[in-house]
Design a protein around this ligand. Structure first.
Ligand SMILES: [Zn+2]
Length: 191
C-alpha cells in the first residue's frame, strides 16, 4: 500500500451510493497492511459529545468525532497516523480553503488521505468542499445508488419532504436516490 503515500483518495456520490462503505474498505486494507489509520467524522448531531469515539453503525469502524479542522490536526499530531480517513466531509463547518490547506499539509507529509463526501445536496447543487477536492484527488471514485423510480444509476439524493434547509440531521429516511431524468420529472410535478 506504499503507493498511496502522500495520495488523496476521494469517494463521492449521492446518499446510499456506498461512499462510506468504500472508505471503510480502504481503511481495512490499510490496517491489513499494518498502517496506522485514524478515521474522523464531523459532529453534526449535538446529542453526541465532543471527541467521543462512537461505533459506526454499519461496519463498526471506530471514528473520532470532530468539530473543527484544528481538532483533527491535534489528533493527528498526537496519534501520528499513516492514513487519515474523513467521512461525511461536507458536514465539516469550516472554510473550504482551510480544509484544503489542512489536507494538502497531510499529503505533503506523505500521509494518505481518504475522504468520503456527498457531491450534491438534495437540490442538485454541489457541496463546495467536495467540488474542490474532486480535481485534486489522485484517485476519484464516483459511486451510484439505484434510482428508486426506474432502476437506473442514481444521480441525486432527492428529499421527499418540502423542508428547505441544506443539511438536515438524522433523517436519512427522508431521502431517496433518483436518476437525473426522474429527479427532473419529480420537480416538474411539484412546481
Ligand atoms: Zn430514474
Amino acid at each position: 500500500m506504499h503507493q498511496y503515500k502522500g495520495k488523496l483518495i476521494v469517494h463521492t456520490g449521492s446518499m446510499f451510493s456506498g461512499k462510506t462503505s468504500s472508505l471503510e474498505k480502504d481503511v481495512k486494507r490499510f490496517n491489513i497492511a499494518k498502517y496506522k489509520t485514524i478515521a474522523f467524522k464531523p459532529v453534526v448531531d449535538s446529542r453526541y459529545k465532543r471527541n467521543e469515539i462512537v461505533t459506526h453503525d454499519l461496519t463498526s469502524m471506530n471514528c473520532i468525532l470532530i468539530n473543527t479542522i484544528d481538532e483533527m490536526m491535534e489528533y493527528t499530531s498526537e496519534l501520528k497516523p499513516d492514513v487519515i480517513a474523513i467521512d461525511e466531509i461536507q458536514f465539516l463547518d469550516e472554510p473550504v480553503d482551510k480544509i484544503i490547506a489542512a489536507i494538502n499539509g497531510f499529503l505533503e507529509r506523505d500521509l494518505t488521505v481518504i475522504v468520503a463526501g456527498l457531491d450534491m445536496d438534495f437540490t442538485g447543487r454541489p457541496f463546495e468542499i467536495v467540488k474542490e477536492l474532486m480535481p485534486i484527488a489522485d484517485y476519484l471514485y464516483k459511486h451510484h445508488a439505484v434510482c428508486v423510480k426506474c432502476g437506473a444509476d442514481g444521480w441525486v439524493s432527492n428529499r421527499k419532504s418540502k423542508d428547505q434547509e441544506r443539511i438536515k440531521i438524522g433523517a436519512s429516511d427522508e431521502y431517496e436516490p433518483l436518476c437525473r431524468k426522474c429527479f427532473l420529472e419529480e420537480k416538474k410535478m411539484i412546481d
